[in-house]
Design a protein around this ligand. Structure first.
Ligand code: ATP
Ligand code: MG
Length: 394
């Protein structure tokens, strides 16, 4: 059989796993790559490659060996200079090398969004020393949020309530950044009413939006997400307008097709752009039960050049994460029967080979009459699933 496309997937976590399933359902062949063997997406892919995604030479070797029609990043930390080289040589990067490059650096995407596109963001400045942080703090005031320009999942990020806490925040940021550039963004803390992810699909036929997804973050990672998030028509229109602008600006030398997770803070009718992922978003796992076409189905359709509906509807639903609390390679899940007996609930176990403190190992999903009720049910289902650890044997 000849496949609709051969896809090289860079990063093979839980989002990659669902994407592989969606792409394979449409007849694609997928080679899943990650730095460790038996990663979640590898378990459902056609083949796999194990190498660090920041290793440019290994990335090139994998591309040359498999000659993929599409190279699909699933994570942020990739040798993006190599993606740009490969794109220039004729490989198709999803959605584009420019999107991967700009979204990997908070300063690059902020310069584009606030500077070039004029989107509303929090006030901010960049610093490469504590003294520069102090200068920004004097300008924008407290509380502020300090983040390494290269980091994700809240790593190295902290809220600073006053000048006495600035030095510790700087040290924390530098100690937990990725890469070798000691550079941070200091931005105004926004006391938002709520925050959303707006899944935005750019496809051959134009741009489509999913209903907004609300989420709650703790320690830099999301705990629950729900859809649809209640939002005024004016705020939603403002978010959609900004999302379309930023997504269009990321095309560069690529096609720009794919699904993006665009993050906003909302305060009254004011919508503040935060950041975006040029790929499915973790808070979008709720779409596994809320939408007929999940965010993974939509990403697969868009990148393959297949039709995406103009209007995408969502049933009220929620997701709640299942976290580990220690390091282990001998563990099991219990309580699935209780979780699935609660009502319109479901569970996804990601199949990660080892646990770590705070590592996301699975997600509980629920549908209900409205989004708040779905959140309650999803949390109950997540709490019912327990990770049971066995003592290490050696
Ligand atoms: N300026 C801010 N004001 C208020 N809250 C903020 C601000 N910046 C970030 N946060 C909170 O911290 C969360 C994580 O921030 P951000 O999305 O910038 O980090 P991240 O490391 O890229 O996270 P992820 O990779 O999980 O999306 C946000 O979703 C929001 O809840
Ligand atoms: Mg974020």
């Amino acid at each position: 059989m000849s496949h609709i496309a051969t896809i090289l997937l860079l990063g093979s976590g839980e989002l990659g796993r669902e994407f592989v399933i969606s792409a394979k359902r449409l007849g694609a062949r997928v080679i899943a790559c990650d730095s460790y063997d038996n990663a979640p997406a590898m378990q459902v892919a056609d083949a796999c490659e194990v190498f660090p995604m920041l290793d440019g030479a290994a990335l090139r070797a994998a591309a040359e060996r498999h000659k993929p029609d599409l190279i699909v990043p699933e994570i942020e930390a990739i040798r993006t200079e190599m993606l740009a080289d490969l794109e220039a040589e004729g490989f198709t990067i999803v959605p584009s090398a420019r999107a991967a490059q700009l979204t990997m650096n908070r300063d690059a995407i902020r310069d584009l969004a606030a500077g070039e596109l004029g989107l509303t963001t929090s006030q901010y400045g960049y610093a490469t020393s504590l003294a520069e942080c102090q200068a920004i703090a004097e300008r924008i005031g407290y509380p502020l949020v300090m983040k390494p320009v290269m980091s994700s999942s809240g790593k190295g990020q902290s809220k600073v309530d006053g000048p006495e806490a600035l030095a510790a925040a700087w040290q924390y940021a530098v100690a937990n950044m990725r890469g070798d550039r000691a550079r941070v963004i200091c931005e105004q803390f926004i006391a938002f009413d709520y925050e959303i992810t707006l899944l935005t699909v750019r496809h051959a036929g134009g741009i489509s939006f999913c209903p907004p997804i609300g989420h709650r973050q703790e320690r830099g990672d999301y705990r629950e997400s729900w859809q649809p998030a209640a939002m005024s028509a004016a705020a939603l229109a403002a978010a959609q307008d900004m999302a379309a602008k930023v997504v269009m600006a990321l095309q560069g030398g690529g096609r720009g097709w794919g699904l993006y997770g665009v993050e906003f803070f909302v305060r009254g009718d004011e919508v503040i752009f935060s950041e975006l992922s040029p790929r499915p978003h973790d808070t979008g796992m709720v779409t596994l039960v809320s939408q007929d076409l999940t965010e993974f189905d939509l990403h697969a359709r868009a990148i393959l050049g297949l039709p995406v509906p103009d209007e995408i509807a969502a049933r009220p639903a929620a997701s709640a994460v299942i976290l580990a609390d220690r390091d282990s390679d001998r563990f099991a899940f219990e309580g699935l029967a209780e979780a699935l007996a609660l009502g319109a609930t479901d569970v996804r176990i990601f199949g990660k080979p080892v646990t770590r403190p705070w590592r996301r190992m699975g997600v509980a999903l629920a549908r209900a009459a409205d989004a708040p009720a779905a959140v309650d049910l999803a949390k109950q289902a997540a709490a019912a699933v327990r990770i049971v650890y066995s003592p290490a044997s050696d």
